[in-house]
Design a protein around this ligand. Structure first.
Ligand SMILES: [Zn+2]
Length: 280
């Protein structure tokens, strides 16, 4: 899709599954199961939609999908389909990993940054994007490098440590404009410094929502994931964001939506309504 002079491509990195109850937090199954039907192991199908923005001056990849460093139990548990499609998607656009000059990591969970690194011929992990600065929040980096008992399973050091060794990590602290028109905004909620990405060109805005609103079925304010460390903060941020998104007619991009990947929101009385748009 075009946003002013920017080109935005929502990439299809493939599917995986997570527990439906955990994905919908306090929402009862009889409600969420109608939106996203559970399989026989109570899991729902999710997509991985990292997004590429070409501003003319820069090529920025927002999150890198799941990557392929999983053992048999994770592959079974999350039903991760391999191979992942991220590199093929770049090729579809006529790009090589070398052409990406910024990678933005919204947060460091494995299902968002698993494609940060790849295995070389010797079997060691190396940066997947050799010419990119990998931009991430300092607090998220600290939390990922020394996780607690509840957060440990969400982080994989192999997604991060090779980037330290290559000197490609670029830590930022709080809301920051990464390149002109591309801004990282800290939302908290999901993790202490989980971020979304605001894309602005010629007065138009799109928001890459990461895990703030993972799918188009999570539009309602209380539909907050059980995975969130600070769920009340997620709800508050969503409520505020909808006012801004309606007012500014923003395009919203959902990182995990298996069906509708982008759209806009409108108020219908006090209720927020989602209007899908036929983006890739
Ligand atoms: Zn996450």
């Amino acid at each position: 899709m075009e946003l002013g002079s920017f080109k935005i491509d929502i990439l299809h990195d493939g599917y995986f599954k997570l527990d439906g109850g955990a994905m919908f937090g306090v929402v009862p199954k009889q409600v969420w199961d109608r939106l996203e039907p559970a399989d026989d192991r109570n899991r729902i199908k999710l997509a991985s939609n990292p997004t590429l923005v070409r501003t003319g001056d820069h090529t920025i990849l927002i999150d890198t999908g799941l990557g392929d460093k999983y053992g048999p139990s994770s592959l079974d548990h999350y039903e991760i389909e391999l191979p992942r499609y991220l590199t093929a998607e770049l090729h579809r656009l006529g790009l090589e990993p070398e052409n990406v000059d910024y990678v933005i990591n919204t947060h460091l969970h494995f299902d968002h940054i698993g494609g940060n690194t790849v295995r070389n011929e010797a079997g060691d992990f190396i940066p997947a994007f050799p010419n990119a600065k990998y931009v991430m929040q300092k607090a998220e980096y600290e939390d990922a490098m020394s996780p607690g008992p509840r957060t440990k399973a969400s982080y994989n050091p192999d997604d991060i440590v090779p980037l330290q060794e290559s000197g490609q990590i670029h830590l930022i602290d709080g809301d920051t404009e990464v390149v002109p028109g591309i801004r990282m905004r800290v939302t908290g909620g999901h993790t202490r410094s989980h971020s979304i990405v605001e894309i602005e060109a010629e007065g138009q805005k799109a928001l890459f929502l990461a895990d703030l609103i993972p799918t188009s079925s999570h539009i309602r304010v209380p539909y907050v994931m059980g995975y969130d460390l600070f769920p009340a903060d997620t709800a508050t941020y969503k409520e505020e964001l909808f006012k801004e998104a309606v007012e500014g007619d923003y395009i919203l991009i959902f990182e995990h939506s298996p069906h509708v990947k982008a759209g806009r929101v409108r108020f219908d009385g006090d209720e927020i309504r989602f209007i899908a748009e036929p983006y890739a």
